[in-house]
Design a protein around this ligand. Structure first.
Ligand code: PHE
Length: 478
C-alpha cells in the first residue's frame, strides 16, 4: 500500500547534492566516539557523557551558529525590534549565555515536576543525566533574579527541542525571555501596588483592539498565588505585563504591515487585533498567552505570567514580585519577513542572507523575503512493524505507541538527510486484527531549499533512513 509512492515526480538530473548522505555514518561514528571517550566538547567546554547522551554531532556543532547574534539575520533583526521596546537602564540584555545548562537550571529551578514530559529523553537533547541543551531561555531566569542587577532583563538565545519535522519546526530555534520585578522594600512608602501602577502610567498607550475576556485570575483555571500575593498586587503586575507585551507585539506587527504596504501597492490594511488567553506554565501563575490576528489567523505569539514566588525566594530575593514572558523569535521572523520555511534561517546562501543586508542599521528598510525558487519535492514512504513490547510499553502521547517515540524517527531522518527534508508525516496506521501488531507508514518529503535533489539522491538518503530505523529502533520494515 505504500513504498516508493510519489506525489510529485522526482527529477533525475545529476546536479550535485548537498546532503551528506554519509552524514548518518559520521553522526553515528561521532556518537559512538563520544560514548567510547565518555566526553564531548561543546563551544570549547568538555562534558562527561553517560547513558543519557542523545545529542547528534550536527546539533552540537550548530551551537556555534548563534543566529540571534548574526547581524542582519532575520532572527537578529527580530530580537532588535523587541529590544527596542524594553530599554536601558530598566532592562538589561543578555545575549550570550551558553546553551549548555543543568537540569536544575532548565527544570528544577522553575518548579517543573519530576514527571514533566519535557524532561524525557525523547523531547530533550541531553549531554548527560544532569546536563542538557536548554529547551527554553527561562533556564536563566533564576540566575538573573539572583544577580538582581536591574529591575528588568531580556535574554535571547538558541534553544533545542527534539520535535517533529515540518516547515515551522526545527530542532534549534531562538527565544527571547523578559522579566520585570519590583521590590517591596524599595518602593515609596512600601506601596508596591501604587508603584506598579505609576510605572504602568508611564508606558505609552496604543490603539490596537485587545480582547481580554477572562478575569485577572481564576481560582481553578488560573490561580492567584494567594499565599504570596494580594489580589491587588497580582492584578497590578498583570496589568503592567499586559500593556508592556501588547506594546511589543504592536511594534512587531506594525513593522510587518509597513513592510508589506511598502512593497505591495494593493495591500489592504486590516486592523490589528490581539487577545489574551489563559495558559499554564510551571513557573508563572496566573499565566497567559498572547495571540495576534494576522492575515486571517489567530497566532499564538508568546507565553507569560506572574512569576512564581518560589523562584524569587529560592533566588534570594523574596521581597521582589514581578512578571516574565518568553517569545519564539523564528516564528515571528517568519511572519515579519514572510519566510516560508524555518530551514531557510540556517542557509548560508547569499540569495537568502543578501536580502536582509543593511536592515539591522535601519529597521525602516525591512522588506519581505522574495523566495528564490521552489525546488521539486521527492516524497518517499517508509512502512514498518513496531517491535512488539511487553505489557508496560511507552506512552501514548503524540502518536507514540509501544516503545516507539516519533521524535526518535524524526531524529534519524535529520541525521541522515539534514536540511534536505521539508516534512515528515504519519500517513497510515494499521493494527493487525489477529496479532495485534502495529504498523506505521511515514511519508518523508525530501526537498532542498537550495538546489534540485535528484531521485537517486533521495533514494540514497531514504535507504539510510530505513537502515537506521532497523538498527536503532528495532522496527521491522514492510
Ligand atoms: N519558557 C516558556 C516556553 O518556552 C515561555 C514562558 C516564559 C512562559 C516566561 C512564561 C514565562 O514555552
Amino acid at each position: 500500500m505504500h513504498p516508493g509512492y510519489r506525489l510529485v515526480p522526482c527529477v533525475t538530473d545529476s546536479t550535485s547534492c548537498i546532503p551528506n548522505i554519509n552524514n548518518h555514518g559520521a553522526a553515528a561514528a561521532s556518537a559512538k566516539k563520544a560514548a567510547q571517550q565518555h566526553s564531548v566538547t561543546v563551544n570549547g567546554k568538555t562534558y562527561e557523557t553517560d547513558s543519557w547522551f542523545n545529542t547528534p554531532s550536527k546539533i552540537l556543532e550548530s551551537t556555534s551558529r548563534r543566529l540571534h547574534l548574526q547581524k542582519d539575520h532575520p532572527v537578529y533583526i527580530t530580537r532588535q525590534i523587541i529590544e527596542s521596546k524594553f530599554t536601558q537602564p530598566t532592562f538589561k540584555s543578555y545575549n550570550d549565555f551558553d546553551p549548555v545548562v543543568s537540569t536544575a537550571e532548565n527544570f528544577d529551578s522553575l518548579g517543573f515536576p519530576a514527571d514533566h514530559p519535557g524532561r524525557s529523553k525523547s523531547d530533550t537533547y541531553y549531554i548527560n543525566s544532569t546536563t542538557l541543551l536548554r529547551t527554553h531561555t527561562s533556564a536563566h531566569e533564576a540566575q538573573l533574579f539572583r544577580a538582581s542587577s536591574s529591575p528588568g532583563y531580556l535574554i535571547s538565545g538558541d534553544v533545542y527541542r527534539r520535535d517533529e519535522i515540518d516547515r515551522s519546526h526545527y530542532p534549534i530555534f531562538h527565544q527571547l525571555e523578559g522579566a520585570r520585578v519590583w521590590d517591596r522594600t524599595k518602593v515609596p512608602n512600601g506601596d508596591i501596588v501604587k508603584a506598579i501602577y505609576d510605572d504602568l502610567a508611564k508606558l505609552p498607550t496604543h490603539n490596537v483592539q485587545v480582547e481580554d475576556p477572562n478575569p485577572p485570575h481564576h481560582v481553578e483555571r488560573n490561580p492567584l498565588q494567594a499565599e504570596h500575593h494580594s489580589a491587588a498586587e497580582a492584578e497590578a503586575v498583570s496589568a503592567h505585563l499586559k500593556r508592556s507585551l501588547e506594546l511589543m507585539v504592536v511594534e512587531i506587527f506594525s513593522r510587518a504591515k509597513q513592510a508589506a504596504a511598502r512593497q505591495d501597492p494593493n495591500y489592504v490594511d486590516e486592523p490589528l487585533k490581539v487577545r489574551w488567553v489563559e495558559a499554564y506554565f510551571p513557573f508563572t501563575s496566573p499565566s497567559w498567552e498572547l495571540e495576534v490576528y494576522y492575515q486571517g489567523d489567530w497566532l499564538e505569539v508568546l507565553g507569560s505570567g506572574v512569576s512564581k514566588q518560589e523562584i524569587l525566594i529560592n533566588a534570594g530575593v523574596p521581597d521582589q514580585i514581578g512578571w516574565a514572558f518568553g517569545i519564539g523569535l523564528d516564528r515571528i521572523a517568519m511572519l515579519l519577513f514572510q519566510i516560508p520555511d524555518i530551514r531557510l534561517f540556517w542557509s548560508t546562501d547569499e540569495r537568502f542572507l543578501g536580502q536582509f543586508r543593511g536592515v539591522s542599521d535601519d529597521l525602516d528598510r525591512l522588506k519581505r523575503f522574495l523566495p528564490f525558487s521552489k525546488y521539486p519535492a521527492c516524497p518517499k514512504d517508509v512502512s514498518f512493524w513496531l517491535r512488539p513490547t511487553s505489557a508496560a510499553g511507552g506512552d501514548d502521547r503524540r502518536g507514540n505507541v509501544h516503545d516507539f517515540h516519533e521524535n526518535d524517527l524524526m531524529e534519524i531522518v535529520r541525521e541522515v538527510a539534514g536540511d534536505c527534508v521539508e516534512d515528515v508525516k504519519l500517513v497510515d496506521e494499521f493494527v493487525h486484527p489477529k496479532t495485534g501488531r502495529k504498523s506505521l507508514c511515514y511519508r518523508v518529503n525530501y526537498r532542498s531549499l537550495e538546489r534540485t535533489l535528484t531521485n537517486e539522491q533521495a533514494v540514497t538518503m531514504h535507504e539510510g533512513v530505513r537502515r537506521m530505523l532497523v538498527e536503532r529502533l528495532g522496527v521491522e520494515l514492510r
